[in-house]
Write a protein that binds this ligand. Structure first.
Ligand SMILES: [Zn+2]
Length: 181
């Protein structure tokens, strides 16, 4: 069975604020008993928090057999990350200036530069010649770029108010990225 994940990304959080924000979100989600306090092997490639007894409060529809899955945790990310959509495919990488799809152009290097902070992350649009950071391009399906995010593994469909509640706690706009491995 493939694993589905939903990343909730704050693109505007500064790296210096990410740890503090992680503590706040951890308190918020554990006090509501949505996730467990303990870290365990319940996400792919790292450790995360398994669901706690009130997990259903944020879900419109849970994944079948969700509670018993090996991979059903929440990972709290506090470092520079490209939140991508895994094997779901990418249709568009649109220029933020003229809106033309630049997916056929060479933007991967710029993204790599952004991630490693090794060189310029600017991409020159082949249509309008404007230069913008690759993180400003409009990815379809959504991708997110930032220093803070939550990745929910195999939870299911969220109630929409969960995202707006989180935006209030986090204090920035959030981007939701749907992924599959
Ligand atoms: Zn353009």
């Amino acid at each position: 069975m493939s694993d589905h994940y939903i990343s909730i990304v704050s693109e505007k959080t500064n790296p210096t604020d990410a740890q503090e924000l992680a503590k706040r979100i951890f308190s918020y989600l554990t006090e509501k008993k949505i996730i467990q306090k303990e870290l365990s092997d319940c996400v792919l490639g790292s450790t995360g928090h398994r669901p706690a007894e009130n997990f259903g409060a944020i879900l419109e529809k849970q994944n079948e057999g969700f509670w018993d899955l090996k991979t059903n945790g929440v990972e709290i990310i506090t470092e520079r990350t490209v939140f991508e959509n895994g094997g779901n495919g990418l249709e568009q990488v649109k220029c933020p200036n003229c809106g033309q799809n630049q997916i056929e152009e060479n933007w991967e290097n710029s993204l790599d530069h952004w991630y490693t902070k090794s060189d310029s992350d600017l991409v020159k649009c082949s249509n309008c010649s404007s230069k913008n950071s690759i993180t400003k391009f409009d990815f379809k399906p959504n991708w997110g770029f930032g220093n803070f995010g939550l990745i929910f593994w195999n939870w299911g469909k969220f109630k929409s108010h969960f995202f707006t509640d989180l935006e209030k706690v986090i204090g920035t706009e959030l981007k939701v990225v749907y992924g599959k491995l």
